[in-house]
Design a protein around this ligand. Structure first.
Ligand SMILES: NC(=O)C1=CN([C@@H]2O[C@H](COP(=O)(O)OP(=O)(O)OC[C@H]3O[C@@H](n4cnc5c(N)ncnc54)[C@H](O)[C@@H]3O)[C@@H](O)[C@H]2O)[C@@H](O)CC1
Ligand SMILES: [K+]
Length: 466
């Protein structure tokens, strides 16, 4: 992040001030030790120490290494006139609160044992920008022998301008504590210059069509699902999710298995005609293929859908059918794998989940929604959305089928694939949060309509339309 029309020195001053403010707001005055590294993260630490001392707090600084002479951080260090102590375990253990300004965005390797031991000796920790062993770009922990070491956690991380992926993505998310994002007056042109390609999912970032008096079922959109004979429940859950999130018409193409679906919801249209005949209807543009299907059933449907140029969301059985041969899925618009399905298709993602999802989306030229506690939605053009608008309540069988149905409805409403997937993930998460304690998966459907209305209202509010 470079600074153009405002100097880095001013930004550092505001960043350090913001850290001191956050500490003063959340803690009673106590003995503070600020651990300062040699870079700008350390510079923020010296500024925070100066402001806390000015407010009458007992403050000490322990420097891992002095900033290089002539740097802004060195200037900040020179302006702190308080006590310096040795960077060691005893100093850290003596303090009531340790402010970790050792490394921030510049972290490029695992910190030494010395740094880790000193951090671990603190009673309470607050991070400047990020804990000093968190890769802010990926959310990975850069800790040697992390399996055998207790990784210290933090009460709070004070970051600047916008939260980093490291604050949002696991495993780092679980150790950052409360994340406070301070506005340090970074000019808009600098933020734009940084060309962000990753966002936190919010309705402001995409637009779902609202209800209109001119609506009819075809304008709202038709969702078609492939239904199999063996596991009709999954397809029915997906169909219910599609209907509950506002599709104009939902149809299941079930061939000989049609009877199993006719026993279900009366508003669901069930077709037993062969797929080629159904594909003559151009209004049936969006298809969901996979939930509840065996590989044979996918084989009988998916290649035909792709040959017919349909917009296809492939999930579950369709991903299993590909059996690691990613090319079999070429032509689909969206895939929604969980981590196991993703690994089988693209190999183990390593510690950079968002990077792996982005590479997969580029490779297959489709949207990849990698499901997890924080889902990652990657577009082939490199855009990545992180969705933490979700609830552990969603970790139940069938929840992924509902999600697929919701995304299909967003596609059928005319949204582009990435935006539809982001919207689907948000609505699904919102329904999960509203569905109460330990909900059965069907309970999500009750809340999807309200979730859609809320997303539309939040979008309008964010764009000054109310
Ligand atoms: N760029 C900006 O516009 C702003 C940046 N600010 C601060 O600047 C920080 C980034 O500063 P820097 O780029 O100077 O980087 P850091 O201060 O994070 O790190 C300094 C240097 O330490 C070295 N290093 C990295 N990992 C190491 C390890 N494990 N062991 C030993 N040495 C290691 C690297 O060579 C790195 O350049 C941000 O996190 C934030 O706190 C703020 O002052 C606000 C404005
Ligand atoms: K830090």
């Amino acid at each position: 992040m470079a600074s153009h029309s405002i100097g880095i020195e001013a930004l550092m001053e505001r960043a350090g001030w913001a850290v001191a403010q956050a500490v003063k707001t959340r803690f009673a005055p106590c003995r503070v030790l600020v651990l300062c590294g040699p870079g700008n993260n350390g510079g923020d630490g010296y500024v925070a120490a100066r402001y806390l001392e000015r407010a009458g707090w007992p403050v000490q600084v322990a420097a891992l290494a002095a900033p290089r002479a002539g740097t802004i951080a060195a200037k900040a260090a020179a302006r702190f006139h308080g006590r310096h102590v040795v960077f060691d375990q005893e100093s850290a253990a003596r303090a009531d609160l340790v402010i970790d300004a050792v490394f921030g965005a510049g972290l490029d390797r695992a910190p030494s044992d010395e740094v880790m031991t000193v951090l671990a000796s603190a009673k309470k920790r607050v991070a400047v920008d990020l804990p000093s062993f968190v890769n802010g770009r990926t959310g990975a922990l850069l800790v040697e022998d992390s399996a055998s070491r207790d990784v210290p956690d933090y009460l709070m991380s004070v970051t600047f301008v916008r939260p980093k992926p490291g604050h949002v993505l696991y495993p780092a998310r679980s150790i950052c504590g409360e994340v406070i994002c301070a506005d340090i007056g970074m000019p808009e042109d600098c933020v734009a210059h940084a060309a962000p390609d990753m966002w936190l999912n919010h309705p402001a970032l995409w637009a779902i069509p609202a209800m209109s008096p001119d609506d009819h079922k075809y304008s709202r959109g038709v969702v078609s699902l492939c239904g199999g004979a063996v596991m009709p429940g999954a397809t029915r859950l997906a169909a219910a999710g599609a209907r509950a999130s506002g599709a104009g018409l939902v149809r299941i193409s079930a061939g000989k298995a049609a009877q199993a679906y006719r026993l279900g919801a009366p508003g669901l249209v069930v077709d037993d005609a062969p797929l080629p005949a159904l594909l003559e209807d151009e209004r049936r543009e969006v298809w969901l293929c996979g939930p509840g299907l065996t590989p044979e059933e996918v084989e009988a449907a998916l290649p035909s859908l792709l040959r017919a140029g349909r917009i296809v969301l492939a999930d579950a059985g369709a991903l299993g059918w590909a059996d690691g041969v990613t090319e079999k899925l070429r032509g689909v618009s969206v895939i929604t794998p969980h981590i196991g399905e993703f690994t089988k298709l693209f190999g183990a993602p390593g510690s950079d989940l968002a990077g792996a999802a982005r590479a997969a989306a580029e490779k297959l030229d489709c949207v990849v929604l990698l499901k997890g506690a924080v889902s990652i939605i990657a577009a082939p053009d490199g855009r990545v959305m992180l969705n933490d608008h979700a609830s552990p309540a969603l970790a139940t069988a069938g929840s992924g089928d509902t999600l697929a149905g919701v995304i299909a409805t967003m596609l059928a409403a005319g949204m582009p694939a990435w935006e539809a997937s982001c919207a689907g993930a948000w609505l699904h998460g919102e329904a999960g949060m509203k569905a109460g304690n330990w909900p059965v998966v069907e309970a999500l459907d009750t809340h999807l309509g309200d979730a859609r209305a809320l997303a539309i209202a939040l979008h309008a509010a964010a764009h000054g339309q109310v």
